[in-house]
Design a protein around this ligand. Structure first.
Ligand code: FAD
Ligand code: NAI
Length: 476
């Protein structure tokens, strides 16, 4: 094969594209992966939104701000006097940038080790499984591939009445780059980004107002969890205004006045900076040449079947640019599946067991159906809950907030959903995902030994509670 001829060309090296390229290479295929991501300093970097402007930098700042908050609010309970506490945003940002750099350079290393040809620049699918590659210097080359995988990701949605200006009105990436703590921060959208980034800046002292259009808080989550979460976020000082639809804004040098309508009528709130976090849309700008046969749905997602095949020749699409939750791990599993399917191996993604995690404090995590969804399905069910307050480990950690909740079918005891709010919920949910992957019953969890004292005992006890057999908490 020549330098321009490949078994697989992947366009996009985010968490969906790069694992696809690596898995295809592991399957002894000749692979190239093209990515055009550029950071604010103008340098190319692999890893997409997740590594450069999403999952990783947000978790770095969540960790730093949480440590500061805990030192401030919790150390005293441990008998530790933390006087003269101070933080340095520049140092926090530097630590974050170092983590991002190490992570993105790691992808370059992984490509090298796997034998993937890494190309930085723009990729465009042409008819007939050809890909036009435009390098950084503007030079164009045409690649021919037996299979092409589109993994071009997503981008933030903008508000017509409040366009991004990169200074006072920013998207999530902008909010991860603040060089100082805004005195008053407005967040539009109480979704995952709004809550995570609102928490970061609130913990560091900003007055944070979150304006959310829907009446219901965290509509996608189990509502018992959502109610518990709202209580904690309010205690932390997040001013969450529900049922508030933004109708316009006045951007002036000394502040942004947001206008919104809620049940009481027209309202305004003035802040120094605004983060618009109202969702993301699939990104396909400049991706598709004429006559490729790849179709977009009415919301702009590339249409695919359950195996991520577009139905147009040997063209596949994975990650945020296709239907399903916009999550890095969902994209990764799709990428790996396609890397195997192309090589003729069997593979599938279980879309019923995709975990969701919100990295706030307390953390929120779930897998499977919410109680509201199970009720609406008409299936008879039982619920077991266990509060972290009754967990010895949680009390020892000074983290008694929240609970584990297991929902299971009444007829065959199969676990239908697990919902956790509390410390380390994002780690604890892995056991529930594995349980659901194996179609486990609550009895399977009940009969599994859990180390003591661990937070995972709360999940064990919640499974027992589903049959009113919890040991460490009165059964109701
Ligand atoms: P992307 O990561 O967007 O990567 C697509 C890549 O393709 C980009 O590098 C882009 O430049 C490149 N590209 C696009 N078009 C072309 C082209 N024509 N030619 C060449 N290159 C192209 N998800 C989680 O699971 N957990 C989290 O904690 C989490 N936190 C997040 C926090 C924030 C602030 C944000 C914004 C998102 C977060 N997400 C999180 C979502 C996660 O980042 C996405 O689901 C994930 O990045 C999607 O992966 P992807 O590979 O499909 O797309
Ligand atoms: P989101 O869909 O989670 O939340 C957007 C919120 O904005 C919704 O509650 C919506 O009702 C509200 N909204 C929409 N228009 C509005 C308006 N005009 N005024 C007020 N509110 C409005 O989207 P978000 O937070 O932008 O995140 C985008 C994606 O990134 C999500 O799909 C999420 O999966 C992913 N992500 C995942 C993370 C994680 O896994 N921990 C962290 C951050 C992002």
């Amino acid at each position: 094969m020549s330098d321009t001829s490949f078994d697989v060309v992947v366009i996009g090296a985010g968490p969906a594209g790069y694992p696809c390229a690596i898995r295809a290479a592991q399957n002894k295929l000749k692979v190239a992966c093209i990515d055009e991501w550029k950071n604010y300093d103008g340098t190319y970097a692999f890893g997409g939104t997740c590594l450069n402007a999403g999952c990783i930098p947000s978790k770095a700042l969540l960790e730093s701000s949480e440590l500061y908050h805990r030192a401030h609010a919790e150390f005293a309970a441990h008998g530790i006097a933390a006087t003269g506490l101070a933080f340095d945003v520049a140092k926090m940002q530097k630590r974050k940038a170092g983590i991002v750099k190490a992570s993105t350079q790691g992808i370059t290393g992984l490509f090298k080790a796997a034998g993937v040809t890494a190309l930085q620049g723009h990729g465009r699918l042409l008819a007939g499984n050809r890909v036009e590659y435009t390098a950084a210097d503007g030079g164009k080359r045409e690649l021919v591939a037996k299979h092409v995988v589109l993994a071009s990701g997503s981008q933030p949605m903008a508000l017509k009445s409040l366009p991004f200006d990169g200074k006072q009105v920013v998207d999530s990436w902008g909010a991860l780059e603040f060089g100082s703590v805004p005195k008053r921060l407005g967040v539009i959208g109480a979704g995952v980004i709004g809550l995570e980034l609102g928490s970061v800046w609130r913990r560091l002292g900003a007055e944070v107002v979150v304006v959310e259009a829907m009446e219901q808080f965290l509509a996608m989550a189990d509502q018992a969890v959502a109610r518990e979460a709202l209580k904690h976020f309010k205690q932390q000082g997040l001013d969450i205004r529900l049922g508030a639809k933004v109708s316009g804004a006045d951007v002036k040098k000394d502040g942004v006045t947001l206008k919104y309508t809620d049940a009481k009528g027209e309202q305004t709130v003035t802040v120094d900076k605004v983060v618009v976090a109202i969702g993301r849309r699939p990104f396909t700008d400049g991706l598709l040449g004429d006559g490729t046969g790849v179709r977009l749905d009415e919301r702009g997602f590339i249409q695919v079947d359950d195996e991520c095949h577009t139905g147009a020749g040997n063209v596949w699409a994975v990650g945020d640019v296709v239907r399903g939750p916009m999550l890095a791990h969902k994209g990764k599993e799709e990428g790996v599946m396609v890397g195997d399917l192309i090589a003729g191996l069997h593979s599938e993604v279980n879309y019923r067991a995709v975990p969701s995690v919100i990295y706030t404090a307390p953390e929120i995590a779930w897998v499977g159906q919410t109680e509201e969804q199970v009720r609406a399905s008409g299936r008879e069910y039982k619920v077991g809950s266990f509060p972290f307050m009754a967990s010895g480990r949680a009390r020892a950690m000074e983290a008694p907030a929240g609970f584990c909740k297991v929902i299971a079918a009444k007829d065959d005891d199969e676990i239908l959903g697990v919902h956790i709010i509390g410390a380390m919920a994002g780690e604890l949910i892995a056991e529930a995902v594995l349980a659901m992957e194996y179609s486990a019953s609550t009895e399977d969890l009940q009969r599994t030994m859990h180390a003591h004292p661990t937070l995972s005992e709360a999940l064990h006890e919640a499974a027992l509670a589903a049959d009113k057999r919890a040991i460490d908490f009165p059964n109701r």
